[in-house]
Design a protein around this ligand. Structure first.
Ligand code: DGT
Ligand code: CA
Ligand code: CA
Ligand code: ZN
Length: 573
């Protein structure tokens, strides 16, 4: 992978930031920023130019020294100056510069007087009221900082789970290939299948850790090594995702996996059980005195503690240990339990593939049914269906169904829920469908009361079966609209309607807490991919992950049922 211009510009910007914090000469700082702009706006790949013997010397603001530094970065080497500055300043410090009122001078003062080098440390110091002693921090600035930090500014961005999976899978494969590695697995929030991850934590076992440590720090995707010892290392990948690796002996692998899978509060509860028995639990094993009584696998540690293995998705200290003790852990739903998908689009609206292709893709996953639910007419940008076009699609589905064995296309619609809760298509066409999904795609800004009533009113129509992506949130992009989900979930249950867990990685909507509440009151859910392309059927695993975090079992999900049973569940009286 050649170094990209964006990466070179990023390194130059970072250098400028750090020099500024160090109080370097303004002209020098400005020169690096100018160079970053030149590289960033160049039409050609600098790494390739450098490899071909070309130089940037002579371009606006770029002299021999800067051109040399750019060439170094372009060759994938680390600038000694930057290495020196990053050793002194942790990565979080440059994020401080983005906070309002914080220029390099003030960041410098924070670091030297209070040792603050990250947004988190700043937050702690603010809460402890320590900032007023730092020169240059008047109460106005302090108040403003408190306000923006409370709103989440400066927090490390969290990566969506599906994106993290794409990164961790090849990395694990590379680590497992090194001879000495017996086992390697991702732990942390990724293994618990949280919808976003802060960083990746990998646990490996090996008799000799050296080869795996080398494979890890030399992995082609590594941008920066943050720290490295004999059995642990931390790196930053080119995606800016941090990865921590810990290598232990085989006898400790289960203990390390358990420890680094977390969550922290789950670990604390486990450790207390060990303490009650006079034992000690840490990342090396479960110990009676100095004797290790378990550690090789997670299962044997749980067993010694009197518990069945608790699935990682449940390890959040939200009642799973009590449930395990009482032998009442849920049998969580799996991808293999799914008999069909209940939300999909074709190229008749905004999907990429025709009906027959979508049907084949669903069929080849082993599904018994697929509901085709294109958009309704209100979604003009998606070329939504009016009654006439929908009628033709219903006929096309009937024709295709005659050719299938053990597979059925269900005629459906994702009908827009209008502002007043009415549906975007008349009842007489909806009545001809097997299934009706209703979704909100407009007027996200309504008050909580109006939005809640809009959804309840939509569900009053007995032709509606499922509310699609019920809160409308897009992870890291759009907050849920204001809506009282407890009322909506209860309202769905009362009306014989269902709610969707939308499996698109940026939606995962319902979330885990809604899932758990739905289960508690006995509302059955649909888990659907909202596929706009045959490849999207693979997103099912993300919907399943989220549902599992919400303690959902196969029996709580309508599309784990056979078609005749599903049809019964869809019948509203
Ligand atoms: P993240 O990275 O923010 O998405 O969340 P996690 O859960 O992956 O957290 P992380 O990466 O800070 O730590 C990984 C696991 O290591 C965490 O889930 C539990 C364990 N761990 C980390 N620090 C501590 C600690 O101070 N005490 C205990 N008991 N466990 C810890
Ligand atoms: Ca983590
Ligand atoms: Ca970590
Ligand atoms: Zn939709």
């Amino acid at each position: 992978m050649p170094v990209t211009n964006t990466e070179i510009a990023g390194e130059l910007e970072k250098l400028a930031d750090l020099l500024e914090i160090e109080g370097a000469n303004t002209f020098r700082v400005r020169a690096y920023r100018q160079a970053a702009r030149v590289v960033g706006s160049l039409g050609r790949n600098v790494a390739e130019m450098v490899a071909a013997g070309e130089t940037l010397e002579g371009r606006p603001g770029i002299g021999a020294d800067l051109a040399g530094k750019i060439a170094t970065i372009a060759r994938g080497e680390k600038l000694p100056l930057l290495a020196q500055l990053t050793a002194k300043n942790p990565p979080g410090i440059t994020a401080l510069l983005d906070l309002p009122g914080l220029g390099p001078k003030r960041v410098h003062a924070l670091r030297d007087s209070l040792g603050i080098d990250s947004a988190e440390k700043l937050k702690t110091a603010l809460e402890a009221g320590k900032l007023s002693s730092v020169p240059g921090f008047a109460s106005g600035i302090i108040g403003k900082l408190k306000e923006v930090l409370a709103q989440g500014a400066g927090a490390k961005p969290r990566m969506k789970l599906a994106a993290a999976d794409e990164i961790v899978e090849p990395l694990l494969a590379a680590l497992r290939k090194t001879q000495a590695v017996a086992q390697a697995e991702v732990a942390g929030s990724c293994r618990r299948r949280r919808e976003t991850v802060g960083d990746l934590d990998i646990v490996a076992s090996a008799a000799d850790p050296a080869p795996i440590m080398a494979a890890f720090t030399r992995y082609e995707d590594v941008k920066e090594i943050l720290g490295q010892g004999n059995t642990r290392a931390s790196v930053v990948l080119r995606s800016n995702l941090q990865v921590d690796l810990r290598v232990v002996g085989e006898e400790s692998y289960g203990a390390a996996l358990l420890y680094f899978t977390g969550s922290k509060s789950h670990n604390i509860e486990l450790r207390n059980i060990a303490i009650d028995r006079g034992w000690k639990l840490n990342e090396y094993g479960l110990f009676r005195g100095t004797k290790r009584i378990a550690g090789k696998t997670e299962a044997e540690i749980y067993q010694k503690l009197g518990l069945p293995l608790i699935p990682p998705e449940l390890r959040e200290a939200e009642g799973e240990i009590e449930a395990a003790r009482a032998h009442r852990l849920p049998h969580l739903v799996t991808v293999a339990d799914m008999r069909g998908d209940l939300h999909s689009h074709t190229n008749e609206t905004d999907g990429s593939a025709p009906l027959a292709t979508m049907a084949e893709a669903a069929k080849s996953r082993g599904y018994a049914y697929l509901a085709v639910t294109d958009h309704s007419r209100r979604m003009t940008m998606a070329h939504g269906l009016d009654p006439k076009r929908l009628g033709r699609q219903i006929d096309a589905i009937a024709r295709l169904n005659r050719g299938f064995n053990n597979f059925t296309l269900l005629a459906g619609i994702e009908v827009d829920i209008l502002e007043d809760g009415a549906l975007d298509l008349p009842d007489d066409i909806l009545r001809r469908l097997d299934i009706v999904v209703g979704s909100i795609h407009t007027r996200f800004e309504l008050s909580e009361q109006k939005q809640t009533e809009r959804l309840l009113r939509a569900m009053d129509n007995p032709l509606l079966n499922i509310i699609g992506h019920p809160t409308g949130r897009l992870i890291n992009e759009r907050a849920p609209y204001a809506v009282d989900m407890e009322r909506v979930i209860r309202g769905a249950k009362e009306r014989g309607c269902h709610l969707e867990v939308n499996a698109q990685p940026e939606r995962l909507d319902l979330d885990e807490h809604h899932c758990r509440f739905a289960k508690e009151i006995g509302l059955k859910l649909a888990i659907s991919t909202d596929a706009h392309d045959p490849a999207h059927f693979a997103f099912m695993r993300y919907g399943i992950d989220q549902a599992r975090r919400g303690w959902i079992e196969a029996a709580d999900v309508i599309n784990t049922r056979s078609l005749p049973e599903l049809r019964k569940l869809l019948k509203r009286s």
